[in-house]
Design a protein around this ligand. Structure first.
Ligand SMILES: *Cc1c(COP(=O)(O)O)cnc(C)c1O
Length: 222
């Protein structure tokens, strides 16, 4: 078995149902996902549309699929029929497209707004200012904004990582107050990965996205 059962059980115990574990299975085979499923895991995260579509077709239907990558508008239609939660929404136009595809599929799609918290330039997401300026969310009949998602800097400086998570938590509370009139379902703060999930939990995360601790390091070269 290629999955790390020991880590899985340790993390489940640590989270102690205070945070949802999204098992990030990108680049990993369906056999590994099935193995974790057999241990009871139901929330899985993928970054690439085609890979997600292929895996969804082969795996049990009660898996909750999270899309955590950067989503291009023209690909929303492929995951709209089944996706459970889209974490990385980073533009108004993407939201509108998700709404359109949700209507076509006669369902509501849950989304998180991605916020740019890292000091690095490369991470996608809304800035705080853009977030406050978001207009017309209440016109989107078939999208439900459930919360925020963020990624800390890829850094060994844990003080930096902690300060970024703190910033996101403060913003989450602010936006929560602002959106609660439109949407009483605002309840998810998705932050924390294999290297920093403990800090994220300490700083108020209630959803962590963990890959390599569960499935081993990823090899992108094959
Ligand atoms: C790959 C990925 C993860 C998981 O990363 P690990 O370090 O393997 O836990 C979490 N979130 C996002 C957005 C990712 O792309």
């Amino acid at each position: 078995m290629a999955i790390n059962k020991e880590n899985y059980e340790k993390i489940i115990a640590e989270l102690d149902s205070k945070a949802t574990l999204v098992a990030v299975s990108k680049t990993k085979p369906v056999e590994d996902i099935q193995a974790l499923y057999d241990l009871g895991q139901r929330d899985f995260g993928e970054n690439y549309v085609q890979e997600l579509v292929d895996k969804e077709a082969l795996l049990p239907k009660d898996i909750r699929w999270h899309f955590i990558g950067h989503l291009q508008s023209n690909k929303v239609k492929y995951i709209a029929p089944f996706v459970h939660l889209i974490h990385g929404v980073d533009s108004d136009n993407l939201l509108k497209e998700i709404n359109k595809q949700a209507i076509k599929n006669n369902r509501t799609i849950d989304c998180l707004l991605q916020v740019h918290i890292a000091t690095e330039e490369t991470k996608f997401g809304f800035s705080e200012k853009e977030l406050h300026q978001l207009q017309g969310l209440n016109e989107l009949s078939n999208v439900s904004i459930k919360g925020l998602m963020g990624m800390a800097s890829f850094s060994s400086d844990m003080n930096l990582v902690r300060s970024e998570f703190k910033k996101l938590k403060v913003l989450y509370e602010k936006v929560n107050a602002q959106f609660s009139i439109l949407n009483s379902q605002f309840s998810i703060l998705s932050m924390g990965m294999s290297g920093d999930y403990k800090i994220a939990i300490e700083e108020g995360s209630n959803m962590v996205r963990i890959g390599s601790l569960l499935f081993g390091e990823r090899n992108y070269s094959k």
